[in-house]
Design a binder for this molecule. Structure first.
Ligand code: LLP
Length: 413
């Protein structure tokens, strides 16, 4: 059951009327339900028995340190893609041996940072990267555990921009190159191959695509075993789709069941890297109606606060936090940014009048993390609800924050 619901026409997050949050912390703002985050995590982790699998939450979808901490306390591992994400998860108390470092452009500094923190594994995405990690490992006089991220050549994912597993995509090692790398690694004194991984895309609804990935990973694992190398884990990545406006969507438990079935003759631990399916429906963005101008409902949140509609044409449901007070109309909901793409929803039936607070649903994933300061707007606050309590877990930026890293040249050079 969703933890965002109407009671007597008033929208609640768990036991808190969200209008109370808007009153206290203003809009735009992001609100998350702790219970939804926990339930979504449990839906994955409870589907595994004991050490059969590990959930590595994809930090890029929602990276607030309080949220990472609560997931870490529930036993989550983390999929990270930058030195910044590594810092965050460490600050949030993550177990380094549950951190996987993915990404095609890891810098020297990031590789050293990961080695120093003694993370579980680096996902190697190219031959050059493998050689670079080996060089650094030699210099640091250590042996680094690595995983090969392969590209299974599967066309999957909700939007062209979020597909990652096709031959033409920039991610992973093509299937025919995996064995060459694994042989090289096995002969290296500084690298240790511990797993295989893949990630085919995001907002995937067809579980068959994951089954296909599992088939490939199994085949590759067998081939690698035949060269005398034992692996510790097989990582199927993230990408499970969630409901934005769709009524039919897949469940984490079914995904885990299918993957376990496909890999039932393997001994390696299964790793999954879900992001959106843990954080997506756990968050909403609150925004207020500033003005009405003909068909335009002008709100105080812009594409800088939530870029998904402008970037991917993504559809998010928008609802009034108080039902039955305003007249319904077909609106084009737009934000304050000076771009015509700053449209939250088009031709959208909604009860609204000036001053009303609206909730943009399913904004927990790729919401705040993708916000920017465009038009010199301050990034919104993040608020976490736990039962009948709520707390700011990230403050609204101040005008000082906006310019704190800039140098004001007052005198001549
Ligand atoms: N693992 C890897 C290696 C990834 O690149 C991603 C997401 C995930 C896991 C998590 O995928 P998820 O379970 O969240 O689908 N900004 C886009 C989504 C980009 C996804 C990038 N990679 C959006 O707003 O739809």
């Amino acid at each position: 059951m969703s933890n965002f619901f109407y009671k007597d026409g008033v929208l609640f997050c768990e036991d808190v009327p969200v209008s109370d949050i808007a009153l206290k912390y203003g809009t735009p703002s992001y609100v998350y339900s702790k219970k939804t985050l926990e339930d979504n995590f449990d839906a994955y982790s409870n589907s595994f028995i004991e050490n059969e699998g590990m959930v590595c939450f994809s930090v890029k979808s929602l990276s607030n340190i309080s949220i990472l901490r609560l997931l870490s306390e529930k036993g989550s591992g983390f999929d990270i893609v930058s030195g910044g994400e590594l810092e965050r998860v460490i600050v949030a108390g993550a177990d380094p041996k549950k951190i996987i470092f993915t990404g095609i452009a890891k810098t020297n500094a990031e590789i050293i940072q990961g080695i120093k923190k003694d993370i579980l594994s680096f996902n190697i995405e190219s031959e050059s990267e493998m050689l670079r990690i080996e060089r650094i490992a030699k210099k640091e006089k250590t042996i680094v555990d690595v995983t090969i991220r392969f590209n299974p050549e599967i066309d999957s994912g909700g939007h062209e921009y979020i597909k990652t597993g096709r031959k033409k995509d920039k991610f992973g090692i093509l299937l025919d190159g995996v064995l060459k790398l694994s042989k090289y690694i096995s002969s290296s004194d500084s690298l240790n191959l511990i797993g295989l991984s893949c990630h085919i895309g995001s907002q995937i609804f067809d579980l068959n695509d994951f089954k296909e990935s599992a088939k490939y990973i199994k085949k590759l694992a067998r081939e690698i075993n035949n060269t005398g190398i034992e692996l510790k884990f097989l990582d199927i990545g993230g990408g499970l789709g969630i409901s934005y406006t769709e009524s039919d969507f897949p469940f984490p438990g079914d995904l885990v069941k299918d993957i376990k079935k496909e890999l039932n003759d393997r001994n390696e631990k299964i790793i999954l890297e879900p992001g959106r399916s843990i954080s997506g429906n756990a968050g909403i963005m609150l925004t207020s109606v500033e003005y009405i101008k003909g068909k335009y409902l002008i709100v105080d949140a812009g594409m800088n606060d939530l870029i998904r509609p402008a970037l991917y044409g993504a559809k998010h449901d928008v609802i009034n936090v108080k039902k039955g007070k305003s007249k319904a109309n077909n609106w084009t909901i737009v934000g304050p940014i000076c771009e015509s793409s700053d449209v939250l929803a088009k031709d959208y039936l909604l009860e609204a009048s000036e001053g009303d607070v609206l909730a943009v649903k399913t904004a927990g994933a790729y919401g705040h993390v993708m916000s920017s300061n465009y038009n010199s707007r301050r990034k919104p606050p993040e608020i976490l609800v736990d039962g009948n309590k709520f707390k700011v877990i990230r403050k609204r930026e101040s005008y000082d924050d906006l310019i704190k890293n800039e140098v004001n040249i007052e005198s001549e050079f």
